[in-house]
Design a protein around this ligand. Structure first.
Ligand code: NAD
Ligand code: MLT
Length: 315
């Protein structure tokens, strides 16, 4: 059986497929038409976030049985089309959560203490000591949208620096949210109370564009917004307006509506924005974790039919 790896995967994962006797082709950066050719004769497709598994690609597949996402987000996979085609889709929950939570915490520190602008200023020969007075995290309210694997770890990190942690997640009971380290609140309360609001939800029909002019206006004036989840959950134009008016004091983005960010994006002209190029899961540890997990899960499914962490159930 053949495995196609169409986005970069740590060598440890590639080796597991080989040790299990699969034929492995690693071919990254393919255009959609190239991928439609490459998918023929492939039983297992390994992706991260760059490959788009569309209905068109699935229609071109002839023997495909499983799509494995080395990571969490599945907004780049047409799951109903995969189900209709009889293809199992699986991801690797929890394997990169610590990395993403640590990056979100890093962004919170960076925003509170102007680390990025301070660095740039010093390198440009400026000494902006007076302009860059910061704010301490101790005693401030950290609002977490989405109390899943990443949200839960961020709650621990926030508590560790003596922040008051509140969380909103309609898919958990109030008791579960408390057990995950946050005071359960409604969405409106999260917006109104958080000094730092960090987003940790998947991009779905419900969450796309959730942070727009109306919701940003409901946030506490002068709060900070952090998005290490998915581009498009925050409407970038509306965020730029909120940064310009001072409604939002600063924002940190790891994910964007368009990646890489176009050079003329308004975001790039804001001094109050800290950004990273989708680095949430980009640690040595997380990349090995997701690669090993996806290779073990897919090998097991192809050999035994047992699907771990499948998100669909084709007949
Ligand atoms: P998870 O599934 O463990 O947690 C997501 C949580 O969001 C769940 O508890 C779910 O109930 C909740 N949720 C869903 N819709 C909601 C809504 N409308 N309002 C509030 N809560 C809602 O996933 P996770 O591992 O914590 O990852 C969260 C997201 O972060 C992923 O879907 C992925 O898109 C993104 N992510 C980004 C990076 C990165 O590199 N920047 C790394 C890992 C994950
Ligand atoms: C994820 O959803 O796991 C992240 O986007 C990480 C990635 O694959 O880059």
């Amino acid at each position: 059986m053949k495995i196609l790896i169409s986005d970069p995967l740590a060598a440890q994962g590639v080796q597991i497929f080989k040790d299990q006797g699969f034929e492995v082709e690693v071919k990254t950066g393919m255009k959609p038409d190239e991928l439609k050719q490459a998918i023929k004769g492939v039983h297992g497709l390994v992706i991260r976030s760059a490959t788009k598994v569309t209905a068109d690609l699935l229609a071109a597949a002839d023997v495909l049985k499983v799509v494995g996402r080395a990571g969490t987000g599945l907004d780049n996979v047409d799951i109903p089309a995969a189900t209709a085609k009889g293809v199992i889709v699986m991801n690797t929950p929890g394997q990169n959560s610590n990395a993403a939570a640590e990056l979100a915490m890093g962004h919170i520190f960076a925003l509170a203490r102007h680390i990025a602008r301070g660095t740039r200023g010093v390198k440009e020969g400026k000494w902006e000591k007076k302009q860059l007075r910061g704010t301490e995290l101790k005693g401030k309210t950290l609002g977490i949208l989405g109390m899943g694997n990443i949200g839960r770890i961020l709650a621990e990190l926030g508590t560790g620096v003596k922040m008051k942690v509140i969380g909103y997640d309609p898919y958990f009971s109030a008791e579960d949210i408390k057990a995950r380290g946050a005071e359960p609140v409604s969405l409106d309360e999260l917006l109104a109370r958080a000094d730092f609001l960090s987003i940790h939800v998947p991009k779905t029909k419900e969450t796309a564009g959730l942070f727009n002019a109306a919701t940003l206006a409901k946030m506490k004036k002068g709060a900070y917004l952090i998005n290490c989840a998915r581009g498009g959950i925050v409407k970038e134009e509306d965020l730029c307006d909120a940064l310009t008016s001072g409604q939002i004091a600063g924002a940190a983005l790891d994910v964007f509506e368009v990646e890489p960010v176009p050079a003329d994006s308004r975001l790039l002209f804001s001094d109050d924005l800290v950004c990273t190029p989708h680095l949430g899961a980009n640690t040595h540890e997380a990349q090995v974790n997701v690669a090993v997990a996806v290779a073990n899960q897919m090998s097991k499914y192809l050999k035994t039919g047992e699907a771990e962490f499948a998100v669909n159930a084709p007949k």
